[in-house]
Every structure is written in C-alpha cells, then in structure tokens.
Design a protein around this ligand. Structure first.
Ligand code: ACO
Length: 333
C-alpha cells in the first residue's frame, strides 16, 4: 500500500443526471401508513426521484458521464475504461457498462460493471486509481447509477421511503501536477458475515426465477435498518480515520466530507464521533434520498458546483453499503 506510484490520478470532470419525476413524502403518505414528519425526522429525506419507464441505469449513467466529459472538455473516444457501479443493472448480462459505452460511442474503452451496492462508487474510484497509478490507463470514467425504484417493495414503509433513482459520474485522468494532488488514497473493505443485513434475495444463481419468488417479493430489497445504521456509523467513522492517518492528515485538515447519503442521522452521528462540524459535511439527502452507488458522485458534483470545493481543498469521501462493504477516499483538488 505504501509503494510509490508511477503516476497520480485526479478528477477532471463530474456530471450528474436525475430523473425528472419527483416523489415527495406527501405522495407516499397517500399509499403508505407513514407521514412526512416521520420520514423527515428519522431520515432527513423530503423527496426522491423516480425513473420513467424508458429510463434505466445505463441511460441515467450515460447522461451523467456525458456531462462529466463536457465539463472536462473531453470526448468519449478518449476514454480508456468505463467502470459502471450499479446494483440495479439493465439486464443480467451483458454489463450495463457496455450499454453505456454504446450510448456514449466510447469506441476505444473497455467497459465493465462492479457490484458493491452503495459503496460501488468508492470501490470503482479505487480500481480506477490503481489503473492510473500503475500507468495502464490515462482516462477512466467511473459512474454510479441506480434505478432503486425497480427493486422496492412499495408496500414496505421501512425501506421504500429511503431510496431514489439517479446517476453521478467522475472522470479520472492521469495528472502531471504531482503526488500531492488528486486521489491521495482509497481504502475499501468487505465483511461477508453481514450479507443478510441488506439484500435483494432473488437471483438466478441459487434458484431459477419462478412465480413464487416474484410473488413473495424476493426481488425486492430487504434490510435490517437498525443494524445497518449501527454498522454504517462504526465502519464509516473507522475508515475515515484510517484514510486521514494514512496520509498523515487529521480531521482539522479536512475542508469537506462527502458522505454516503443514507440517513441524515447517520451523517450527524459520524460528524459527532469524528469531532468535525456538521457544516463540513455535504448533505443533499433531502432532495434525492439514498441513491446507492450514485449518492457520492451526485453529492460530489453538487458540492463542486455550489463552490464548496475549491482548488487546494481536501475532501474526504466515506461510505457503507450492502455486503457489507465500506470505504473512504481522500482527494486534494
Ligand atoms: N413511517 C412510519 N413509521 C415507520 C416507518 C415509516 N416509513 N418505518 C418504520 N416505522 C415504524 C416502525 O414500524 C417502528 O414502529 P414500532 O415502534 O411500533 O415497532 C418505529 O417506526 C421505529 O422503527 P425503527 O426501525 O426503530 O426506526 P429507526 O429510527 O431505526 O429508523 C431507518 C429506520 C430509517 C430504516 C434507519 O434504521 C436507517 O436509516 N437505517 C440505515 C439504512 C442505511 O444506512 N442504509 C445504507 C445502506 S443502503 C445500501 O447499501 C443499499
């Protein structure tokens, strides 16, 4: 982990895409035994976006990637690799990344998916960082895109109020600006002992698709909310500290934390444990809910656009997702 790398990677463009349709807490009140007050107080969420029928992770992701290319002033043909981070793929195979490649006409890029659920983007960033640092590739698009609305049980008030659809992308490029800028380090972890904590149990590997499995909502997300909450606080705090210490930094050096947007109370608890002011955490969960792998790249883009990230700033990303998977990244802009 401490070996000096040949090259350094930096983010030269970010982009997002959110479906137009807004589903508010008030809308959910009409079909569920819930209230705007409960949802907002317990989670910080006010509304989320829902993909239209003709939208999917690839179409949302391609929009976000195109916006990132435009911001960077680059063309799709310049991409060496597309890493698509999604747990709601278009189809079982081929990869959603290949559909994105086709939409973008990124003819020279290799393209593949990774599955780390909400941690997907940080895992993807870590993979891209290694390719660039060892000199294999120069330009890599990392996309987080989800249509969570397709795997919700819309009768389960404990889960369906939390999630939303959307996409975010970051374009990584080999930089000549030296080792002290760009992706300083990424740290990723998994613990398969917690696979049952958060899961979509339906699949084809264990048993073929059948009516019974569909009718019993095996293709919908199941979550043990309280244990996920506790693990999110523990692991995101821990890995944030590790990431900073690895770079010889302290929490005082951090200009902005961009955490996974799963629950505002998780973010507030982590801020307390790290002893970092909540004002230094970028929060947009009220608008989009939990967009899984898209959550961090959407937040990162909005933080940049709102001027909360300036050249020279140190930014810390931190996440936990199903698996369990978790991770952090330190970025100097
Ligand atoms: N509206 C009204 N009441 C509700 C709702 C709702 N939408 N949902 C649950 N309740 C009720 C429960 O039934 C329970 O009632 P009871 O006391 O009569 O039994 C009560 O509210 C309290 O329920 P809790 O589960 O204790 O509520 P909690 O404060 O833990 O909040 C929540 C639940 C929001 C799910 C929280 O646990 C959470 O955010 N967990 C973490 C989720 C997360 O971080 N996911 C990240 C990973 S996601 C990924 O990787 C895909």
């Amino acid at each position: 982990m401490n070996k000096p790398s040949l090259y350094q990677a930096e983010i030269v463009g970010t982009g997002i895409y959110l479906p137009e349709k807004v589903l508010t807490n008030a809308d959910l009140e009409k079909s569920l035994d819930t209230s705007d007050e409960w949802i907002f107080t317990r989670t910080g969420i006010q509304e989320r976006r829902i993909a239209q029928k003709d939208e999917s992770s690839s179409t949302l992701g391609a929009h976000a990637a195109r916006n990132a290319l435009i911001q960077a002033g680059m063309t799709p043909e310049e991409l060496d690799l597309i890493i698509m981070c999604t747990s709601t793929p278009d189809v079982l195979y081929p990869s959603t990344a290949c559909f994105v490649q086709k939409i973008l006409a990124a003819s020279k890029a290799a393209a593949y998916d990774i599955s780390a659920v909400c941690s997907g983007f940080v895992f993807g960033l870590s993979i891209a960082e290694q390719y660039i640092k060892c000199g294999r590739y120069e330009n890599i698009m990392v996309i987080g895109a989800e249509v969570n609305s397709r795997i919700m049980d819309w009768t389960d008030r404990t889960t369906c109020i939390l999630f939303g659809d959307g996409a975010g992308a970051a374009l990584l490029k080999r930089t000549e600006r030296g080792e002290t800028v760009g992706i300083l380090s990424t740290h990723i972890y998994s613990d398969g002992n917690y696979t049952d904590t958060l899961m979509v149990p339906g699949g084809i590997g264990r048993e073929p698709v059948n009516h019974e499995a569909v009718d019993s909502k095996m293709y919908c997300l199941k979550m043990s909310g309280q244990s996920t909450f506790k693990m999110a606080v523990k692991r995101m705090t821990e890995v944030s500290r590790e990431c900073l210490a690895f770079n010889g930094l302290s929490t005082e050096d951090v200009d902005l934390v961009v955490p996974h947007q799963a629950n505002r109370r998780i973010i507030e608890t982590i801020a307390g444990k790290l002893e970092v002011s909540i004002d230094k955490f970028f929060i947009n969960i009220h608008k989009y809910g939990n967009t899984s792998a898209a959550s961090i790249p959407i937040a990162l883009h909005e933080a940049r656009e709102s001027g909360k990230i300036q050249p020279g700033n140190l930014c810390l990303l931190t996440v936990l997702g199903a698996g369990l998977t978790w991770g952090a990244a330190a970025i100097r802009w």
